[in-house]
Write a protein that binds this ligand. Sequence first.
Ligand code: DC
Length: 221
Amino acid sequence: MIAVAIDGPAGAGKSTIAKAASASLGYIYIDTGALYRAVALSCIKNNVNTTDAKAVEKLLPDIDIRLIFFNGSQRILLDDNDVTDEIRAENVSMAASAVSAIPSVREFLLELQRSFARNDNVIMDGRDIGTVVLPNADVKIFLTASPEKRAKRRVLQLEESGMPADFDKVLFDIVQRDYNDTHRKTAPLKAAEDSVTVDTTDMTLEQSVEAIISIIKEKTI
Ligand code: DC
């Protein structure tokens, strides 16, 4: 089995690029951020404060998250409801960043994430895939871009899915999430020592996908 880990900050284009590269290579794409988002959404739905680690931990045994693959794309089910679109809202993004700092949440999702890489060739994207989840991944990529460029892309993405978006607010949230994700004690966002960094600030989507595919091919031949 071949495992490709793609880590990097919010909005670097990880999911779009990883999705396109997986389709081209015939690998399964796993978006691990969606798992943290589903935990966050469950907290919101159950009125659990996402900054209260004890309360979140108490809720975990009742959270049922499943990934299914439908027409080649990942759908995420929370308690049997398809929440794939709902988890993209900005309030869920912030809540996901908060719950992802809680060690018991990371522990809860660890085995689930590893199980995906056991039976298939995968491209898995997240924050700690190359460092913690799949430390023996065949290919590790750290994908990044400037905060402004990432905010611009996020605004476009939100607008395309019909959600109102304000650039300054999105940029502020990105900078704040970067801070949370890189400063938390457990599995902070950082490039694995054996990763290849790809900065997509000045790259088109096509160029980024090509760059990722050629790194994967080079490392797995
Ligand atoms: O990639 P994303 O924006 O959907 O991720 C949502 C949050 O989950 C983000 O703030 C960081 C966290 N996350 C994480 O800590 N580890 C992962 N492997 C994936 C996401």
